[in-house]
Design a binder for this molecule. Structure first.
Ligand SMILES: [Zn+2]
Length: 251
């Protein structure tokens, strides 16, 4: 079947992005409203496979994005820096390649997974009390930066937003939850919500600490540090001056 062939070819081409942290964009307005980019941006693409008429893209954190191409939809893979014509539904940017999906597609995050998620950081207004309750029900020796990425505790905070929100709240990602006050935790969550909703609304801005290792902190000029955090070894970024407290165990 042509449709199946097209899907398998697409899955094969997209393998060049597997294993990479990808930047995710949804330029097409009908895709943008699904709020996929804030949930998936900066996550590692773990696999791409064609199953039936669907292409399943698995991202770290348990996210599975289902894309159905219908009649006209298609995936294309470009070299980074190539000009992309038209308005893709979804764009996945890796180091050397860019995958883009065009036309009349179905895109959705797996619902079974959605049921296991914590309160949505993008809710307006966010349910900060419910998020705090989940975080306080967790092992309190867990580092706050690690816990914020646990989708079962708070759904939707990507690695970029974790770094930026904790920097704004002046909380080190390495502090155990028990040493983070409710006030600090609430501020970090509200900052994450504010930043991520701003992004949804098209508010321009750039990262203050994310991927800025060694660069001066915009507040105090201390060089930004980075170190992998948590089971997923995702890179944390913080200012050791503004965000004092625990440091990673770098034995
Ligand atoms: Zn600083």
């Amino acid at each position: 079947m042509p449709e199946g062939d097209a899907l398998h070819r697409a899955a094969r081409r997209l393998q060049v992005l597997v294993g990479q942290q990808v930047e995710v964009e949804t330029p097409h307005p009908r895709a943008a409203v699904k709020q996929l980019a804030p949930r998936l941006d900066g996550r590692r693409l773990e696999s791409v496979e064609a199953i039936g008429k669907n292409l399943l893209l698995r991202f770290e954190g348990g996210y599975v994005l289902r894309s159905h191409l219908r009649m006209k939809g298609r995936w294309r893979v470009f070299r980074s820096g190539s000009q992309i014509f038209g308005v893709p539904w979804l764009v996945l940017r890796g180091k050397e390649h860019v995958g883009a999906m065009f036309n009349g597609a179905v895109l959705e995050l797996d619902r079974g997974i959605a049921r296991r998620l914590g309160p949505d950081i993008l809710a307006d207004p966010p349910n900060v009390d419910a998020m705090q309750a989940r975080l306080r029900g967790e092992q309190q020796d867990r580092a706050v930066g690690d816990a914020l990425l646990d989708q079962g505790l708070v759904a939707g905070i990507g690695n970029l937003w974790k770094a930026e929100a904790l920097w704004r709240a002046r909380v080190s990602p390495w502090r155990p939850l028990r040493d983070v006050s409710d006030e600090e935790l609430g501020e970090a969550l509200r900052e994450a919500n504010r930043l991520m909703r701003g992004r949804l609304d098209g508010v321009p801005g750039h990262a203050q600490v994310y991927r800025r290792k060694g660069r001066p902190c915009p507040r105090c000029n201390t060089p930004i540090r980075s170190w992998p955090q948590g089971d997923g070894a995702r890179m944390a970024y913080w200012c050791p001056e503004c965000q004092r407290g625990e440091e990673p165990k770098t034995a």
